[in-house]
Write a protein that binds this ligand. Structure first.
Ligand code: OAD
Length: 235
């Protein structure tokens, strides 16, 4: 094939696993420790806001104690050096891509270090607790919730993601089980729109068979290898 110009990278919890952040569906993962309906739905929040705020407060605190790993660093290098289009679409709510130095990042499932006002819908950078019902810096209402997309809610910036997928000639999925839509459908869409597709994951995922190529291993090894490969001009 010809050299790719426009790349879309999709990342999931697997890229942050080696930084010490629990994934969702691996053994011992977050969805074994907590019920999705309780902590990741608008209904769960309406039922028991305190439980939900505590869950995200703990994750917000934890994320500030971990560091990016070589996989995040390799994607930041790609971002700095890739002259074509690049969009790193992450399902992750941590800020490890940014802390590694990546700039072309889109958080489709929101961000832990952000609070969303349920009253005025403004988003505010937030690193503290939300449990004590602080006032929204915009409208003053005590209506701040975690700025995380819950099941039943629309992920952020879908139009922008699809605009990039339409132009992509390479789609790379890293550390995601392919269990949650719409992200799980990107590989199919990218393929149908003409992109080559590559999966980098610890194991074959639910959607592996959709990819032109699937490599198994740790993100901290596979991602730097792939980035080196793609940044090395072929002769
Ligand atoms: P999952 O927990 O579903 O999947 C993580 C994937 O990463 C699995 O396929 C693992 O095999 C793989 N993995 C684990 N460690 C790895 C490593 N060191 N290197 C490479 N791969 C590794 O997480 P996601 O696919 O990100 O959504 O989950 C998608 C969405 O489901 C999340 O964004 C979240 C969750 O419910 C919402 O909260 C809306």
């Amino acid at each position: 094939m010809s050299e790719p110009r426009n790349i879309v990278v999709l990342t999931g919890a697997g890229i942050s696993a080696e930084s010490g952040i629990d994934t969702f569906r691996d053994a011992g993962g977050l969805w074994e420790q907590h019920r999705v309906e309780d902590v990741a739905t608008p209904e769960g929040f309406a039922r028991d806001p305190e439980l939900v705020q505590r869950f995200y407060d703990a994750r917000r605190e934890a994320v500030q104690k971990v560091s990016p790993n070589p996989a995040h660093e390799a994607l930041a290098k790609l971002d700095a050096e890739w002259e074509g289009e690049l969009l790193i679409v992450t399902q992750n709510v941590d800020d490890l891509h940014e802390r590694a130095g990546a700039r072309r990042v889109l958080h489709m499932h929101g961000e832990l270090l952000s609070a969303l006002c349920a009253r005025c819908e403004a988003r505010h950078s937030w690193s503290e607790t939300l449990l004590d019902q602080p006032a929204c810096p915009g409208c003053g209402a005590q209506a701040l919730r975690p700025d995380v997309v819950w099941f039943g809610e629309m992920p952020y910036q879908m139009e922008r993601i699809y605009a990039h997928l339409r132009r992509a000639d390479l789609f790379v999925s890293i550390g995601t089980s392919g269990a949650v839509y719409p992200a799980a459908g990107f590989v199919r869409d990218a393929r149908e729109l003409g992109a080559r597709t590559l999966e980098l994951n610890l194991e074959r995922s639910e959607g592996s068979y959709w990819f032109n190529e699937s490599r198994q291993g740790r993100a901290s090894e596979l991602v730097p290898e792939w980035v080196k490969e793609i940044l090395t001009p072929s002769v």
